[in-house]
Design a protein around this ligand. Structure first.
Ligand code: PBG
Length: 324
């Protein structure tokens, strides 16, 4: 019988060889930790569908951010959960609203040691739970929403966010925010554009995390999971409007989209490993069905391999500590 002359296994035979030739690396600096801060609570509130993740008080948020930064994470992404909601999401624009107040405190705590980011979107703040304001017929009004995003962006920049993350998938949101920031003297505040954001079942646990009031769905503004070409169009528009980084979301079920965006983009690319991706691994691991730490590292490595420079993940601190 003929023996193989090509033996790829040779390079897998010791940990040192595998380490030497690994094509993809995962470092703490690549990771961004999303956090939730809720108004009016005295203690952190666990999120049932995301074991290990909580809605923070302003105090516990500061501590969690300081720990993440000490672990070496690259960034923090803050989401606010207000006590009162209204039709236009005015608590998101209010400089003293929970998210803006928290941004100010976290920036004072961590300074420039990590990149502080804010969710620039209305769904946490509206009483109907949509990412924008509604017209008389109850549909999400794109252009009226842009005006609110513009105000919200200026408030978040003033509160100390380094990067803003418009996640509402309104047409023209990057351009509207860029113009507003520049006009208000915040030319140095950047935009992490949610470029390809799909209408996904994997956001399920996030809705609990922000006490979402949504009853319908977001399919008139978030993308159809069937499409990839559409994401390249969204990419071209976001780059043209001034996006500093672009993001694909969710991550795992959209690695092909991530690859396509990474190949076409001339700015850094982020991917968001969303709440449902987190919950699936935690649930399977809790049942003893998969090795939790290996699954976490494998998913994050896969997202990096597909082309993400930056990965938003609820495991950011833990992973950064493990990688150290
Ligand atoms: C909207 C927003 C959502 C997420 C991030 N930003 C929810 C949605 O679009 O319904 C989901 C994140 C996650 O599931 O982890 N502001």
């Amino acid at each position: 019988m003929a023996f193989p002359t090509q033996r790829p296994r040779r390079m897998r035979s010791t940990p040192a060889l595998r380490r030497l030739v690994a094509e993809t690396d995962l470092r703490p600096r690549h990771l961004v930790l999303p956090l939730f801060v809720r108004e009016g609570i005295a203690e952190p509130v666990p999120i049932t569908s995301m074991p290990g993740v909580v809605q923070h008080t302003r105090d516990s948020l500061r501590k969690a951010c300081a720990e993440a930064v000490a672990a070496g994470v690259g960034g923090l992404m803050l989401f606010g959960v207000p006590a009162e909601r209204d039709a236009t999401g005015s608590a998101g624009v209010d400089p003293d609203g929970v998210l803006n107040a928290a941004l100010r405190e976290v920036r004072a705590e961590v300074g420039d040691a990590a990149v502080l980011m804010a969710d620039t979107c209305l769904d946490e703040f509206t009483d109907h739970g949509h990412c924008g304001v509604l017209d008389a017929a109850g549909a999400v009004d794109n252009d009226a929403t842009l005006a609110v995003y513009a105000e919200m962006a200026v408030a978040q920049a003033a509160a100390g966010a380094h990067l803003l993350g418009p996640s509402g998938m309104m047409d023209g949101q990057v351009g509207a925010i860029r113009d507003a920031l520049d006009a208000a003297g915040h030319a140095d505040t950047g935009i992490l554009a949610y470029t390809a954001k799909y209408a996904s079942a994997f956001y399920g646990p996030f809705r609990e995390a922000v006490d979402s009031q949504l009853t319908g769905d977001r399919r008139t503004y978030q993308q159809d999971p069937a499409n990839v070409r559409e994401s390249l169009r969204e990419l071209a528009l976001d780059l043209d409007e001034g996006a500093d980084l672009v993001m694909v979301k969710p991550a795992m079920a959209y690695l092909d989209v991530l690859r396509a965006v990474a190949e076409a983009a001339d700015v850094p690319v982020a991917a968001y490993q969303v709440s449902g991706e987190y919950a699936m691994v935690e649930a399977a691991a809790a049942n003893g069905w998969i090795d939790r730490e290996r699954a976490i590292t494998e998913t994050l490595t896969a997202i990096r391999r597909a082309g993400a420079d930056v990965v938003l993940t609820y495991w950011a601190t833990e992973t950064a500590l493990r990688l150290d």
